[in-house]
Design a protein around this ligand. Structure first.
Ligand code: GLY
Ligand code: MN
Ligand code: MN
Length: 431
């Protein structure tokens, strides 16, 4: 892996980080599931984006002096015993030699060295409110740096989330290649599981099959806890209990995506446990699919993020009126937001190192316009829980269809098209 990519990303900050300012990015700490049993470390995404470095409790400072941009990293010290138990550590020497930082120090020296590094800086940017205890640390370092020279300007603290988020929003070629592979792995896994599912299977078995299919292809971890929801469980939007048996006559909604080389994929398909859609299931499915397709078509340069949103709302409103689930004029119902009883979430979100990726949704007081290199999900849905005041035949149907869409110069690419969403194709696959 060419570590120069990360160095170049740090250097590109000279166009975004004003002269005389510092950007501080903390890395992830090890997390524990219980007692002293830890999860595998997942590096903090922005820290990874700018370093490729995956050791816990590290911290990066990028300084723009006006003449040049320099990057300093604090990393765990070399430690023979810890390395026997937990594995190799680069240490400060390795961080400079292998990750091309200008300077590196042991992380035990952060509190001592940070005030010196920050002395004379105009402004500190860092992601405010994102890491427990970190805001106070920055305040302490800033106060300490200010007190070193009472006659110099005081240092302002500014949220750096948008600066780094909007850099990450536009994916480079290297990232796009990885995301394509992440999406392929997830799509292939869907196809395998759809072919194998049987009535009576437990949701947990289906989750296990996804994790196996992901892992077999190099995606060791899911990008988020999979949602495996049989029947009405699909109406709980973040259902992750995943422990009920599947009924032949129900649909199953699976929202699952692997993480591959740190990048997320995010797919939802809804399919019949018994391999055949009922008339009611198919009627609702077709509305959601129409919304999915039309919204994807609207993901293109020149449009902003509200266009697929509005298109999906209108198609779902019209469809629900046609089926008698909403009564009245579609235009008026749309204006009133009547669809929100059935379609209560937004059309999608940015996708990248995080499943709900960073990056603003507004720019210059308006909705963000699509630009080449952005990746967004498109995921309309209709959810009819049994507590709703509708004919019984519709109750318990929850459907979402989610794809991952890359914006290109000339339109878009559906990165998850390899898993069918057409109902006839799904039935054929499952036959
Ligand atoms: N898988 C989470 C989402 O679709 O937003
Ligand atoms: Mn999503
Ligand atoms: Mn999803």
């Amino acid at each position: 892996m060419d570590k120069n990519i990360y160095k170049k990303r740090r250097e590109s900050l000279k166009h975004h980080l004003p002269d005389g300012c510092a950007l501080i990015i903390p890395g992830a700490d090890l997390q524990y599931r219980n007692s002293d049993s830890s999860y595998a470390l997942r590096q903090e995404s922005s820290f990874y984006y700018l370093s490729g470095f995956c050791e816990a409790s590290s911290l990066m400072v990028i300084l723009n002096s006006g003449e040049n941009i320099s990057s300093i990293v604090f990393v765990p010290p070399k430690d023979k015993l810890k390395e026997i138990w937990d594995g190799y550590r680069a240490g400060p020497v390795g961080a400079v030699e292998d990750y091309f930082f200008d300077q590196a120090f042991e992380n035990s020296k952060i509190d001592d060295l940070m005030p010196e590094l920050l002395q004379g800086i105009k402004r500190i940017y860092y992601p405010i409110g994102k890491k427990a205890g970190f805001d106070q640390k920055v305040i302490d370092w800033t106060c300490s740096a200010n007190s070193k020279d009472r006659h110099s300007q005081s240092i302002d603290i500014v949220d750096g989330s948008s600066m780094i988020g909007n850099l990450r929003l536009i994916k480079d070629e290297h990232e796009i290649e990885i995301m394509k592979r992440a999406c392929d792995i997830s799509a292939e896994s869907f196809v395998e599981v759809m072919k194998a599912i049987k009535p009576g299977d437990n949701e947990q078995l289906i989750e296990a099959k996804f994790l196996y299919e992901f892992g077999k292809r190099g995606g060791r971890f899911p990008a988020y806890t999979p949602i495996v929801a049989g029947g009405e469980n699909a109406c709980v939007l973040h259902y992750i209990e995943n422990n009920k048996d599947l009924n032949k006559s129900d649909l199953i909604l699976v929202d699952a995506g692997c993480e591959y080389k740190m990048y997320a994929s995010d797919i939802t398909r809804t399919f019949p446990v018994g391999g055949k859609f009922s008339d009611e299931q198919l009627a609702i499915y077709k509305i959601v699919l129409r919304a999915n397709k039309a919204a994807i078509d609207a993901v293109k340069v020149g449009n902003n993020i509200m266009e697929p949103q509005l298109i999906s709302e209108k198609i779902i409103t019209e469809g629900l009126v046609e089926l008698g689930l909403l009564k009245g004029e579609a235009d008026i119902l749309h204006e009133q937001g009547a669809f929100k009883d059935f379609y209560m979430h937004k059309i999608g979100h940015w996708l990248g190192l995080d499943v709900h990726d960073v990056g603003d949704y507004m720019e210059d007081g308006d909705f963000m316009k699509f630009k080449p290199g952005m990746v967004t999900t498109i995921e309309p849905g209709i959810y009819i829980s049994s507590s709703m005041d509708v004919d019984d035949k519709w109750k318990g149907i929850g459907i979402r269809i989610e794809d991952d869409i890359l914006v290109t110069e000339s339109g878009n690419v559906n990165l998850t098209a390899k898993v069918p969403s057409d109902p006839a194709e799904i039935e054929k696959l499952m036959a």
